[in-house]
Design a protein around this ligand. Structure first.
Ligand code: ADP
Length: 390
């Protein structure tokens, strides 16, 4: 394995981030308290990361020359998103710049077919699925007949926030969607979800792993709108299972940095939905809500610095995403129990513009405080109705 080279322990580790979105912006905030310096490869001059990372190159995350220019300035490379060129990242590694997480690990997040097949082969719980490339594949017909239930069709690559996820009603629709996608698709059983949750762990190159507490997540139209600690209705046993599952996946795929595991809670227990190998929306609450934020621990892992404690700072924490409503409005002020994070993105209806996190002693007032702030900011979404996953 490549190690991060630096002249001595006092020299800051130079980290290059591929992608200049809000995750890079928040890594920039976290870096202020760490012995690291950041450079970023951003797609445009308007990207959020410019606000916190002065050393910004502008170029495409998939462009080998732009990646080489970033690599030339830093000791180690990490990612703000997974829509990257895994081959070009592999080339950087073979030319001596460590990439953390490794490109082979990133593929489990970037390619849903690869993820489902690997986890199933390891005996880890995933929805029943088939990987297909054409609608008239006989295996697909046999799968649909054997299942006898509605399915979900997902593009294997390129989708996010519900884009590339389809809920067809008939077999004919399934076949059409697979053909329209024109590439690799995952067709899987449509589950009755008792709840959705996320488990974040952070692994360093020496195989130390820390786990954040499990959180409940709520989506609208495929986009996460709310995250709550503690996870609603998940007892100690289910929480421990989720953490053990995420730890096992982190080791199996050789993750370095944050691994977020999105989970479905079903009558068959936990099933893994998605993996992300970077700070994740379901971990934004850790900025105010944990002793070490996911952004700080990600940078620590990437730089080979000791990981920080993940203990929550309050009994109840709610994070609400602010998605652009019908018209642009300004972010409200932060308060003692309220963190307001404005990603400085141009307003667009439905766009993730920022998030708010409330911390408190009791569940209901904490949740209300977060939603009041998000509404004052003009978020598009309504507070979701909460059911209990147990
Ligand atoms: P994306 O990669 O765009 O985030 P996901 O695979 O996470 O897409 O799906 C988005 C949402 O769609 C999930 O959070 C869940 O609410 C719903 N969903 C996805 N797969 C299934 C499934 N197999 N059964 C039921 N609901 C699903």
């Amino acid at each position: 394995m490549l190690t991060v080279r630096r002249p001595n322990r006092e020299t800051p580790v130079r980290i290059g981030i591929v992608g200049g979105g809000q995750l890079a912006l928040m890594m920039g905030e976290a870096a202020r308290d760490l012995p690291v310096t950041l450079s970023v490869l951003a797609a445009s001059e308007e990207d959020p990361a410019h606000r916190t990372i002065p050393d910004c190159l502008v170029g495409a995350a998939t462009d080998p020359d732009a990646l080489a220019a970033l690599a030339a300035r830093v000791d180690v490379i990490t990612l703000d998103h997974e829509l990257v060129n895994l081959e070009a990242l592999g080339d950087l590694e073979s030319r001596g710049t460590p990439v953390r997480p490794h490109p082979a690990a990133v593929r489990y997040a970037a390619d849903k077919a690869h993820q489902r097949q690997a986890l199933a082969a390891w005996g880890l719980p995933v929805p029943r699925f088939r990987v297909v490339t054409r609608g008239n594949d006989p295996e697909l017909a046999a799968f649909l007949t054997a299942l006898g239930e509605p399915v979900v069709v997902k593009a294997a690559t390129g989708g996010y926030d519900g884009r590339g996820v389809f809920f067809p009603d008939t077999g004919a629709e399934v076949r059409d969607i697979v053909d329209d996608l024109g590439g690799v698709a995952v067709v899987e059983e449509r589950l009755t979800l008792l709840g959705e949750a996320a488990q974040i762990v952070v692994r360093d190159p020496a195989d130390n792993v820390v786990a954040y507490p499990l959180v409940s997540t709520y989506q609208a139209g495929g986009t996460c709108v709310e995250v709550d600690y503690p996870a609603r209705g998940a007892g100690a046993g289910a929480s421990a299972q989720a953490a053990a599952l995420a730890r096992e996946i982190a080791v199996r795929i050789d993750a370095v940095g944050v691994l977020a595991v999105e989970l479905f809670w079903t009558t068959r227990g936990w099933l893994v939905n998605e993996l992300a190998l970077r700070p994740h929306n379901t971990g934004h609450w850790t900025i105010e809500g944990a002793r070490t934020s996911q952004f700080a621990n990600h940078l620590r892992a990437v730089a080979g610095l000791p990981l920080g404690p993940t203990t929550p700072t309050a009994p109840h924490i709610t994070m609400v995403n602010v998605l652009g409503g019908p018209r642009a409005t300004a972010a409200p002020a932060s308060g003692p129990h309220l963190g307001v994070h404005d990603y400085a993105k141009a307003w667009r209806p439905g766009r993730k513009l920022g998030h708010v996190t409330a911390t408190g002693a009791q569940e209901s007032p904490t949740r209300v405080a977060a939603w009041e702030a998000a509404r004052a900011w003009g978020t598009r979404e309504e507070e979701p109705w909460h059911s209990s996953p147990s």
